[in-house]
Design a protein. Structure first.
Length: 425
């Protein structure tokens, strides 16, 4: 059964039919969980990876246990169906893993066609839904949060991106993701440490835009497939709700995942060709070496409670290792298709068809850099954009725009510039 379900009897003996107080049929069935854990908002938090669910439904002909994950799915997942139960209370052991967050209920059928549904239990593991501290500092280059603007834009950096070597023990780190550029950058104390090329969510499962907080790094993570068309099209031969362990070749998460909340992850690419492409179920994909490097820099900067020896063991085995990021790490996911960076205009592909800036908006931004409006008319911009494709951008210097040389001096450049998986210069 999916997700490690084991059904057992809680009470034995003759089955009686409990009648509702109004005499109109069977009493409403009930569902409870042990251990219960504390409450957080609408959620009942689970302190264990393995719990017991108890369905009380005397006289039932069929009991179906249903789970609807918190992330968007097409339909709920049927975890198990028990036909002709012979006990008043059915105990179901559930090996949930550590990513659980969603509603669970039981649907009960009675002889003669009557049906009842238990109340919904909103169950979650703390890391899935716990609110992050409101006072987590923005250890950033500043300004890109709550906008689509790239953190690399001259209007946010002042025209120069300062670079620095990574410093272990300095917790002032920050991650930005430039979606149209297929680029993830790690910053420290407002300076660029390293930039990596990435793969992103497919157009029908786009990477969510906006600021998020990374809360946990897990080496050798399990995967619980959502009930989604992406799973069906992946041809991995898995069932929604099934728990896929790290040693299972059907697990698409690879060696490491970094949780960004609401089922959004940074995780390992399935293959090198994922980089620079729309490939995932709304997540960021990185090559193994890059992901190891990013995870270990986060650990070292924040002095997280995990040792190099533990990490090396996790790399060489499929033993699970997880560490909380406390306080959470800001990750700002931006969608900026026209970026003025270090004195150059970059036109990136509109990969999710969200639409580009209007010509007037782009002109206004360029005029602040001394580019007269007449130097960029609609025809010129259209010809520049013809050089943009899903795999390349168009780049032109601001001085060349001022001089009217946009088409003669500008050039197309591949989005993955220095080789698959290598940090960008």
């Amino acid at each position: 059964m999916g997700m490690g379900l084991v059904v057992a009897a809680a009470f034995s003996g003759a089955v009686a039919i409990a009648v509702a107080e109004d005499g109109g049929g069977p009493a409403k069935p009930t569902l409870r969980v042990e251990p219960e854990g504390e409450e957080l908002g609408r959620w009942r938090l689970l302190d264990a990876d393995r719990v017991k669910l108890f369905v009380t439904a005397p006289g039932a002909e069929r009991v179906r246990l249903v789970y609807r994950p918190f992330e968007a799915v097409e339909r709920p997942v049927v975890l198990t169906t028990i036909d002709a139960p012979t006990e008043e209370e059915i105990a179901i052991e559930w090996d949930t893993g550590t990513d659980l967050a969603g509603d669970v209920w039981a649907e009960v059928g009675y002889p003669g066609g009557g049906e009842e549904k238990t109340d919904v239990l909103p169950l979650a593991h703390p890391a899935s839904v716990r609110e992050n501290p409101a006072d987590v500092p923005l250890d950033s280059v500043g300004g890109s949060v709550d906008s689509d603007a790239s953190a690399r834009s001259d209007k946010l950096t002042g025209g120069e991106i300062e670079r620095t070597d990574f410093a272990a023990g300095d917790p002032r780190i920050w991650v930005t993701v430039d979606v149209p550029a297929f680029r993830l950058t790690l910053w420290q104390d407002g300076k660029e440490v390293k930039t990596y090329s990435i793969g992103i969510g497919r157009k029908d499962f786009p990477l969510p835009i906006g600021a998020r907080k990374a809360t946990e790094i897990i080496w050798n993570p399990d995967w619980i497939p959502p009930d989604s068309a992406w799973v069906a099209s992946s041809k991995k031969h898995v069932e929604p709700g099934e728990r896929i362990t790290a040693d299972d070749p059907r697990n698409p998460l690879g060696k490491v995942k970094i949780r960004l909340g609401n089922a959004v992850l940074i995780h390992e690419a399935a293959k090198p060709s994922d980089i620079g492409h729309l490939v995932s179920h709304g997540c960021v994909r990185m090559l193994t070496a890059d992901l190891y490097d990013l995870a270990e820099k986060i650990v070292a900067a924040r002095s997280l409670p995990v040792t190099p020896a533990q990490i090396e063991r996790a790399k060489k085995t499929t033993a699970k290792l997880d560490v909380k990021i406390d306080p959470p790490l800001w990750v700002d996911i931006d969608y900026d298709t026209e970026v003025i960076e270090s004195g150059h205009l970059h036109l990136y592909p509109d990969v999710y068809a969200r639409g580009r800036k209007s010509l007037d908006d782009l002109r206004e931004e360029l005029e602040e850099r001394g580019v007269a409006a007449k130097k960029l008319d609609e025809r010129t911009l259209d010809r520049m954009e013809r050089h943009v494709s899903p795999s390349q951008e168009f780049v032109v210097g601001i001085d060349d725009l001022k001089a009217g040389r946009a088409l003669t001096s500008g050039k197309a450049a591949p989005l993955v510039r220095t080789g698959v998986g290598k940090p960008r210069a």
